[in-house]
Design a protein around this ligand. Structure first.
Ligand code: COA
Length: 373
């Protein structure tokens, strides 16, 4: 048996045709992330990830309609969200539980035919944005807002979140963030989803498991922590001393570093540009300026580049989004990638069951309870 590597670093665990990271270049089905970020709607990317080709205009229209038609969530889910302890429950925990609950209201949840799974993928992708928006409104003492069938995905999300029509720049920012976060090869949450459904468990279980993995601060939870850090720093001139102290204490700087990218995360520059634009519009350029200082300092002193979470923090903050909703928005986007990987796993399944390198004691004699000291 070969030996293990900590955190499975460098281990190739599956084949996939969905997305790739080669020489610090991310692509979805062979299309560069830069081109998709500049040109695509999130619905176009969803179609690409699930069908492995770009949609025609008619395909895209169909995907947009299918998502818009399925966005409403059962009243029972809303009632359930209302029943949580709204002062303490983190939206990622609420989302994890609500998606699991959603499975109970889907009569096809355990139907494993490929077409049934594709239809469930549409339902889950459509409803996940509604759950995040509804929970946010409920805990702010507002009624959830129903989705509108004539709005695109990003716009509908903002409409349900804020209860009013979004500005073009806001829609552009959210659409770009959704496109950039949609898939990322075999990241921790995607691997989790694949391991779960490789037992032939249902698609809701796969997404619920993936949300649990994304929630952690080393993965999707980093974006919320970036904003926490920027808020603690407060002003531009405090940025470097704060970071210096953290690094001296061997603490991690959130939004920096990556397991795969060593020279830079290709997604970060798009969010950096968006952050510059938005912070200028809100007159709060300090968040952008502070971020640039930190990015440059950490790159120079630790050789660590910014990752996707770093600038997404100041982008979402500039849109007036609550900081603990940053990771749920990541989940809304990554659901498209999780679903693509789940469908791919079902399509050519084998149970995922690696081995552990045992490092405990050698075989030893059992000692009766009465004889143990
Ligand atoms: N700040 C400071 N030091 C960091 C760091 C960071 N953000 N990321 C990595 N390092 C350091 C580690 O302390 C370690 O140093 P050491 O060898 O002196 O002990 C070394 O770099 C390797 O780090 P490690 O955590 O083992 O790398 P990894 O490949 O397992 O982890 C991440 C990758 C992304 C989990 C890690 O970079 C990290 O925790 N980043 C912050 C969280 C984050 O932004 N996550 C979102 C990822 S998209």
């Amino acid at each position: 048996m070969t030996t293990s590597t900590k955190g499975l670093e460098g281990i190739v665990a599956t084949q996939s045709t969905i997305s790739s990271i080669i020489d610090d270049q991310l692509s979805y089905v062979g299309y560069k992330i830069d081109d998709l970020a500049e040109n695509s709607s999130f619905e176009e990317v969803i179609y690409l990830l699930w069908n492995l080709k770009l949609p025609t205009a008619a395909d895209l229209e169909e995907m947009k309609n299918a998502l818009a038609d399925n966005m409403e969530i059962p009243d029972a889910i809303i009632d359930h969200l209302r029943s949580y302890d709204l002062s303490t429950v983190h939206p990622m925990a609420a989302l994890r539980t609500a998606v699991s609950l959603l499975g109970l209201y889907d009569t096809d949840a355990d139907v494993m035919e490929p077409e049934a799974n594709k239809q469930k993928a549409i339902r889950i992708q459509a409803k996940i944005a509604t759950i995040v928006a509804a929970f946010s409104r409920i805990r702010n003492g507002q009624d959830p807002v129903k989705p509108k069938k004539d709005l695109g995905y990003a716009e509908n999300f903002l409409y349900m979140l804020n209860g009013k029509k979004a500005e073009a720049i806001e829609i552009e920012a959210i659409n770009k963030a959704l496109v950039l976060h949609a898939d990322h090869e075999l990241n921790a949450s995607t691997f989790t989803a694949r391991v779960c459904v490789a037992t032939l468990s249902d698609i809701y279980s796969g997404i619920t498991a993936a949300i649990g993995a994304l929630k952690g601060p080393l993965h999707g939870g980093a974006n919320e922590n970036v904003m926490k850090m920027l808020t603690e720093i407060g002003d531009e001139e405090n940025a470097i001393p704060y970071i210096e102290e953290k690094l001296n204490n061997k603490e991690k700087i959130m939004g920096m570093g990556h397991r795969v990218y060593k020279n830079g995360d290709p997604r970060a520059k798009h969010l950096k540009k968006m952050s510059k634009e938005l912070t200028k519009l809100t007159g709060q350029e300090k968040w952008y300026n502070m971020s640039v200082k930190i990015e440059e300092y950490v790159k120079e002193n630790k050789g660590l580049p910014a990752n996707v979470d770093f600038y997404s923090a100041s982008v979402y903050h500039s849109l007036g989004i609550d900081h603990d909703l940053f990771t749920p928005i990541f989940a809304v986007s990554r659901t498209s990638g999780w679903l693509a990987h789940i469908l791919e796993q079902y399509d050519n399944n084998r149970l995922i069951r690696p081995r552990a390198e045992y490092t405990g004691p050698e075989l030893q004699d059992y000692v009766q309870l009465t004889q143990r000291g």
